[in-house]
Design a protein around this ligand. Sequence first.
Ligand SMILES: *Cc1c(COP(=O)(O)O)cnc(C)c1O
Length: 381
Amino acid sequence: MQSIPYGKQNIEQDDIDAVIKTLTADFLTQGPKVKEFEDKFAEYVGAKFAVAVNNATSGLHLAVLALGLKPGERVITTPITFAASANCVRYAGGEVWFADIDPDTYLLSLESTKNLIKSKPKGYFKGIIPVDFAGLPVNLEEFRNLADEHDLWIIEDAAHAPGGCFTDSKGERQKCGNGNYADLAVFSFHPVKHIACGEGGMVTTNSEVLYRKLLLLRTHGITKENMEEDQGGWYYEMQDLGFNYRLTDIQSALGITQLSKNKAGVIRRNEIAEAYKNAFKGKIKFQSLPEGTVNAHHLFVIEIDDRKGLYDFLRTENIFTQIHYIPVPTLPYYKQMDYGSANLSNAENYYSKCISLPMYPSLTDDEQSFVIEKVLSFVNG
Ligand SMILES: *Cc1c(COP(=O)(O)O)cnc(C)c1O
């Protein structure tokens, strides 16, 4: 059996053709493919606006800036995420505070977040960055209610979750990144995520004000819009200190064909998840699925007491699992600036046991059966 990674991109002939076509087109960057990708992505997730960026980390940076985060201001996120969810706050000079996770969904706990907010005076925190971890959507309606009570903004880190949704209290399906409850959402197009652009990201929102700020900051803070007519055709203004965080047309062309396959990809990911669950039910703990929720399944995470033993054993069988994630507040950079976060015992306990099994649309049934057989043989001793 060939080696089996935990995640893998799926590039087909139509993806290759689309990229090659852009190479001989007029625009390699700042051309029509970028807007086409943005429009199609916004439609897919059900948001009014989408802004393509060169990666999700840049998208998160622009998101906190668009929301006006200032040095010293405090933001809450989950410890079980990729470092970028927290780093964006540091880029703007803010403080990162962590609340605990729910022990069954592995998502930022509403209770723990509420308790952390209530333990401080009003106005202490500015925003919350919940993460749709492993592809499981956060119930953003609940977080919105909490945020409104305390005057906080919300950035949904949806890097794992294009195609996921939860059901709100009115019984309506809310797709990840649709902007109905979060102010902004950020997606990643790193090849290990659902949609591969090489590098790439997207920020979605329903706010035109935030949309305009994102556009400005993505391109140096420079605009040619709404200039006085007699200034001359060359005239532009730099209105803010922005960046070059643009996605190219080459990457956007790939994003468009990749996006068109995401629906089928999420269906396949859920088939794979079902097969894992059927095999592990009653034997191995896996991420729970709240009712009315569709997990986009970037990952399939299980908990095992002898996690290191399983990780090493699977490697000898050419199965390459991964650990998501080392809790961010325990990373040396964050450890040394400990602001005094909440009790994070659920996150610590989760981290001691978690392991992500192979999960990607092109994983074959035979490969998955092999993974399941090896995991069960290890667990059964
Ligand atoms: C991958 C990832 C990011 C960063 O994405 P890039 O496109 O690689 O910058 C941010 N947040 C989470 C949760 C991620 O998994």
